[in-house]
Design a protein around this ligand. Structure first.
Ligand SMILES: Cc1cc2nc3c(=O)[nH]c(=O)nc-3n(C[C@H](O)[C@H](O)[C@H](O)COP(=O)(O)OP(=O)(O)OC[C@H]3O[C@@H](n4cnc5c(N)ncnc54)[C@H](O)[C@@H]3O)c2cc1C
Length: 520
């Protein structure tokens, strides 16, 4: 295999995936100024005609370090993307559909590194598991911010990610990439691909009669997957038999004149078929109904979303919503890196937005490419194999974790929920974990990798939020009783302290707009 150096990266697609990938790779290369390797040129090609998907408005806490690494100010980000804080997800009606609720906060349970508080909790406990184990569960429900205005950029009193305007975010990243990170921007439609004799991509050819040559091509063309799918014909593995949802109807509601609270969690409310997301930005709510076309028509979903807006956002509701239907096939490519082409974002796959795990996969993919950029073509294949192995495992983790939400539901009001629990639709490794968790709670020992996407703390929040019953381990309870009592007292004191110290979420967003956050 050739010793040809990898000097030219070509990214096709200018959605969040394309620009985030460009920024992560370019910033990592800039940070290695002393590195003797020749500079890497990064070109991003995007179509003037094909819009970005325009959704994807909830991030994980990982986005904080990603933004910091690419060198943007958090204050600028908040202002440019009309962003707000996200401290987790607040699930409603998932268990019985009868007003039940629980949260999955981003901070792990108190003392999680040394004590397993879930051993001391039972469905009959006074507090729900989230509030029993985590101060953040209480403060996020009270619409408190996760930090103070004096807390430096990217630091948090509590763990947090963001809610943001997807279109503004892509534009913000674009501006930073072009003006600060020296990314070359080309606006044209890719029309064909020129190949080398060995099957690698040599160049992408545009409708401007332009040939963009490269050594590594990154497919960020969204669900079109022009390079990995159309050109290389890498099979798409549908997961619809496990996770049925294949459509969303989305809309935005202007809240700038309504005095609505600003939630710092994504609200996720289960419906007869699927669920509704509700994301609060300072001036609007982005809401959407995710559903399965086999069980529910588009008109029914639109009607439900409209009813949701009418009843939950009454002060801002001004007549029937303007719906936008988005179709997707839940699943992912059989491999993501093939020859000198790697797919990121919707081109690699998409399952559904529950737990908002798509952008974090973009961040992780871009970070791994930046960190392990092969110096030559000969060094590329082993990195590609490693990348594929890692990301296939991550997709499996996402599928298992999302399926857990449906599997634990006791809802019976629609065939959709009953079918979700049919064992033929549940991955075997998830069934096996559940059978273990009947007699021992999820804990660090269940984690196969140090960098799991969903640590066992997340499994605890979902299992016990849904009132899952685990046999109590009396030996553990007795042995660690003093430590558990001290931790529970600490959680209570900490919650009280946070209530006094943390500002209201909307107030903090207004303060950031006015005076900014201190630099780190
Ligand atoms: C309903 C829904 C809700 C979601 N919610 C979340 C969430 O809360 N959190 C989260 O992390 N993720 C979420 N996602 C996923 C998230 O939206 C995407 O992962 C993210 O926006 C990245 O999309 P993308 O850049 O891969 O694709 P796109 O935004 O579709 O961008 C594709 C790009 O390719 C370009 N292109 C296409 N064809 C050509 C061509 N011939 N020539 C040149 N350029 C071309 C287009 O112009 C565009 O710039 C959600 C997705 C859906 C469907």
């Amino acid at each position: 295999m050739s010793e040809q150096p990898i000097n030219r990266v070509v990214i096709v697609g200018g959605g969040t995936a394309g620009w985030l990938t460009a920024a992560v790779i370019a910033a990592a290369r800039q940070a290695q100024e002393a590195d003797p390797t020749p500079p890497l040129s990064i070109t991003l090609l995007e179509s003037p005609d094909i819009p970005t998907i325009g959704v994807g408005e909830g991030t994980w806490p990982s986005m904080r370090s990603t933004l910091q690494k690419i060198g943007v100010s958090e204050t600028d980000f908040f202002k440019a993307c009309t962003a707000s804080f996200k401290q987790g997800t607040w699930f409603q009606n998932w268990r019985t559909g009868d007003g039940d609720q629980y949260t999955h906060p981003f901070s792990p349970p108190e003392g999680y590194e040394r004590i397993n508080l879930s051993e001391y909790w039972a469905p009959s406990s006074d507090l729900d598991f989230d509030e029993f184990s985590s101060a953040q569960a209480s403060t996020l429900k009270a619409q408190l911010a996760p930090k103070q205005v004096s807390t430096p950029e990217y630091a948090g009193v509590l763990n947090y990610g963001y809610h943001l305007d997807a279109e503004k975010f892509a534009a913000f990243l674009q501006n930073h990439c072009i003006n600060k990170l020296k990314v070359t921007h080309k606006v044209a439609n890719l029309v064909s691909i020129a190949s080398k004799d060995n099957g690698d991509i040599d160049a992408v050819i545009t409708d401007q009669a332009d040939q963009i040559k490269g050594d590594l091509f990154i497919d960020c063309t969204g669900s079109r997957a022009l390079l990995i799918g159309q050109h290389y014909q890498i099979p798409f593995e549908s997961k619809k038999h496990i996770l049925f949802n294949d459509r969303a109807v989305a809309t935005r509601i202007d809240t700038s004149k309504a005095n609505l609270p600003l939630e710092s969690a994504t609200l996720s409310t289960a419906q007869d078929v699927g669920w509704i997301w509700d994301i609060g930005l300072p001036d609007r709510r982005g809401i959407g109904h995710v559903y399965a076309s086999e069980y529910c028509s588009d008109d029914q979903a639109i009607d439900r979303l409209d009813q949701y807006a009418k009843h939950n956002l009454t002060a801002a509701y001004s007549g029937p919503i303007e719906p936008r239907i988005i179709k997707f096939d839940p699943g992912h490519r059989a491999v993501f890196w093939h020859r000198n082409c790697v797919a990121i974002g919707m081109a690699a796959g998409f399952i559904e937005p529950l737990e908002a795990s798509a952008l974090v996969m973009v961040e992780l993919s871009a970070a791994m490419i930046a960190e392990q950029m092969p110096p030559t073509r000969a060094a590329m294949d082993p990195i590609a194999r490693r990348f594929n192995k890692k990301f296939l495992y991550r997709w499996r983790s996402i599928i298992n974790f999302l399926k857990l939400h449906y599997l634990l539901s006791e809802r019976t009001n629609h065939r959709y929920w009953v079918d979700q629990r049919a064992s033929s639709t549940v991955p075997e490794d998830l069934l096996e974990l559940l059978s273990i968790w009947q007699y021992q709670t999820p804990w660090h020992r269940d984690q196969e990798h140090v960098d799991e996407l969903f640590p066992t703390a997340s499994y605890q929040y979902i299992l016990y939020g849904m009132q899952f019953k685990t046999m109590q381990n009396d030996h553990y309870r007795q042995k660690n009783k003093t430590s558990a009592e001290a931790t529970l007292n600490k959680r209570q004191e900490y919650t009280t302290k946070l209530y006094r110290a943390l500002p209201d979420h909307r107030e903090l967003i207004a303060a950031i707009a006015k005076q900014g956050l201190p630099k780190f």
